[in-house]
Ligand binder design. Structure first.
Ligand code: ASP
Length: 441
């Protein structure tokens, strides 16, 4: 903010301030929004007491956050369809598409297995379920009619693609977009006209994402103020051991697995990676939804990490839907929580079952707030917990889930970006100059 401030008119000063604000890198503005949000939430609680603070924040502040979420949700379906189809077209060759897809899916699976293993260790070390008192907890209804694996696989093929687009059925949209992209690629000249339209659509959606992102600091501020005013920091202390296990596990996973992948396997500066995706992390943390964060993740990957649009547009939408490392880590911790709380003895085979069911459940989890909590039955059922016990646990955890969901969603999104970086680097589809560029203040 070294601009000429002639010290005269207030309007000029205001202009200088605004200019300075917009010149500041987005991630710093988002960070300021986040910190101010926590402060504002705590001040509201201290000034008016928890109930009034919560009511005030819900009525007057949360709507600004909801508006921001609504704006990014508006972008999800058209952005996924156009960037994915355009991404596939830009890959240029079906065999390259195969290698990008195989690498992405392979890495998604490997990182998820690391995550659930860390989750199991955290659950064993912190023992969050030991001595938990369930008296007075109202059991929560749990889904018992979840679709089977085969039904889920079949549903990936949309019976009506327009229906899938209209209802936001993301996996089905992904499937159709890939087919359209491949067909355009194969038809060459004949498909060019439609290909140009789709490419134009993708550019338009990215431009709108850029505008919406300018509102991120305000959206993040509003959402964090509301969460803090509504839940307070005490949310963490009531389930302190569980929160510690989840937060520490996620931080370890992010630093060791993603940091290690970027630094030691790819040979890129890890700090630069984390700085490049900070906006996406902050939006994930405040919205608790990896799907809602997707437009921001794609934009960060392209602009800050130098990932080619073809790779970002194809790997990230898939990751936001199937790759949920924070979620699988959380499910690992919860499985041990349940075993400790209900006195279930776990054998070595049980640990494998936990790892397997948590991985599969995390793949099937929708990228929306608290989604995984309601799928807990799959993991707990596999280690012998009864449906009543699961319902009791969901009822117990639900009031505390938000801050835990925030952290696992942040981890989910970071994992998508780390894998996209790895795929881009190994396919030579990355502009390293952009990645390594130190952001100017
Ligand atoms: N909220 C998470 C996400 O959107 C899913 C979950 O673990 O509940 O990534």
């Amino acid at each position: 903010m070294s601009d000429q401030q002639d010290g005269g008119e207030a309007a000029d000063k205001k202009g200088g301030f605004l200019r300075g604000y917009f010149q500041m890198t987005l991630w710093k503005r988002v960070l300021i929004g986040l910190v101010l949000g926590v402060a504002a939430g705590l001040i509201l609680r201290a000034a008016f007491g928890p109930d009034a603070a919560s009511a005030f924040a819900t009525t007057w502040i949360k709507p600004f956050g909801d508006l921001f979420i609504q704006l990014i949700r508006m972008l999800i379906v058209p952005l996924i369809f156009t960037t994915l189809a355009a991404g596939v077209m830009a890959i240029g060759h079906p065999s390259k598409l195969g290698s990008i897809g195989a690498k992405a899916i392979g890495l998604y699976m490997i990182t998820t297995l690391f995550a659930v293993t860390i989750g199991i260790f955290m659950g064993a070390i912190f023992r969050p379920g030991a001595g938990v008192d369930f008296t007075g907890v109202t059991p929560n209804e749990i889904a018992t009619d979840a679709p089977t694996m085969v039904e889920r696989l079949i549903a990936i093929v949309p019976a009506n693609p327009f229906n899938a687009l209209a209802s936001g059925d993301i996996l089905a949209v992904i499937f159709f977009a890939i087919l359209v992209g491949v067909a355009i690629l194969m038809l060459r000249d004949k498909g060019k006209a439609v290909g140009d339209v789709i490419q134009g659509g993708a550019d338009i959606m990215m431009a709108i994402t850029g505008w919406v992102m300018e509102l991120a600091p305000i959206g993040v501020f509003a959402l964090i103020t509301w969460v803090t005013a509504d839940k307070g920091l005490a949310t963490f202390t009531s389930v302190a051991l569980l929160a510690a296990a989840v937060y520490l596990g996620c931080i370890l996973h992010i630093v060791l697995v993603y940091g290690g992948l970027v630094r030691f396997v790819l040979g890129l500066p890890a700090v630069r990676f984390f700085r490049g995706i900070f906006d996406a992390q902050a939006v994930a943390y405040s919205t608790s939804s990896s799907s809602a964060t997707l437009p921001v993740t794609i934009s960060n990957a392209r602009k800050n990490l130098g990932i080619d649009p073809a790779v970002a547009g194809s790997v990230l939408p898939l990751g936001a839907t199937v790759n949920m490392d924070g979620t699988s880590l959380y499910l690992g911790v919860l499985a041990l929580f349940a075993a400790q709380a209900f006195g279930i003895d776990l054998s070595m085979a049980d640990y494998f079952i936990i790892a397997l069911t948590a991985t599969l459940t995390s793949i099937g989890t929708a990228g929306i707030p608290s989604a995984s909590l309601f799928l807990l039955a799959t993991v707990l059922g596999a280690i012998g917990a009864t449906p009543e016990q699961t319902a009791l646990m969901v009822g117990f955890l639900l009031p505390f889930d938000r801050p835990l969901d925030m952290m696992r969603t942040l981890t989910n999104v970071t994992g998508d970006a780390a894998v996209a970086t790895a795929v881009a680097k190994s396919e030579d589809e990355m502009d390293e100059e952009i990645f390594r560029k130190v952001t100017v203040v």
